[in-house]
Design a protein around this ligand. Sequence first.
Ligand SMILES: O=c1ccn([C@@H]2O[C@H](COP(=O)(O)O)[C@@H](O)[C@H]2O)c(=O)[nH]1
Length: 309
Amino acid sequence: MINKLTEKIRKTHAPIVVGLDPMLNYIPKHIQEAAFKACGETLEGAAEAIWQFNKEIVDATYDLIPAVKPQIAMYEQFGIPGLMAFKRTVDYCKEKDLVVIGDIKRGDIGSTSAAYAAGHIGKVQVGSKEYAGFDEDFVTVNPYLGSDGVNPFIDVCKKEKKGLFILVKTSNPSSGEFQDQLVNGRPLYELVGEKVAEWGQECMGDTYSYIGAVVGATYPEMGKILRRIMPKAYILVPGYGAQGGQGKDLVHFFNEDGLGAIVNSSRGIIAAYKQEKYAQIGEANFADASRKAVEDMIADIDGTLQAAK
Ligand SMILES: O=c1ccn([C@@H]2O[C@H](COP(=O)(O)O)[C@@H](O)[C@H]2O)c(=O)[nH]1
């Protein structure tokens, strides 16, 4: 799957991911009203609104982008109907030939991680049969439990040709509380980065490993150091747009081949119609605003990479 991701980034010239984080207050009134008319003001109604919203955004952007990142929390809050909308979204994006990164941030003791891995990127055995549950292409993994918690995901990746993005330095303001603590004189995020590089060595695609890392756009200096520590890891970079990250901060997340990083924006794309910049496009045409925001994000990041050459 890492080869497909790399190839699609090369073809689209767009090292970006559209984050599908559909909170109800981002979903235009006309979509909510239609969904509530069909299913009531219920969890099912919310899930239907999410699905219709996602579908329009995917239809408006899929030809420009290599990948999407549905954030499972935004679906889970609506219980089983929400999870059904998550699965429907994953399947639809795959039909559109997009790479799907499930932002699930899982990681537990070995046996539990094995079950998470089977459910999200692998297969589960039922009697004599095997089933893929959610079937994303990549998932995000929390490494706080150490190798026991990560290895079951790596085993499934090797078998199924899927991939991981392991949290190394997250984009949020308090990420330093633990991640920047010095251990033997070095920040913890560097040690985790070294471990990601080590885990990734045995998991090479053609040019990049399918064991990648998450490093926030909001910490560009740390991104520069981590790029050197993990030269073969793809870096998933959240924090662009709504959290303040900009193209000019991102050049050092990339390798000299112009690859090696993929930048996520969720609210900045899916709720673009609410921004002053795109307001004239109008709520009814929200998906056109998302397409324009994708085009602007590609130009911003590509401009930075071209200027750095
Ligand atoms: O360090 C991290 C890891 C993951 N995320 C996730 O990315 C998106 C960001 O959403 P925006 O609307 O573009 O801010 C969201 O799903 C987070 O859970 C992150 O932000 N930082």
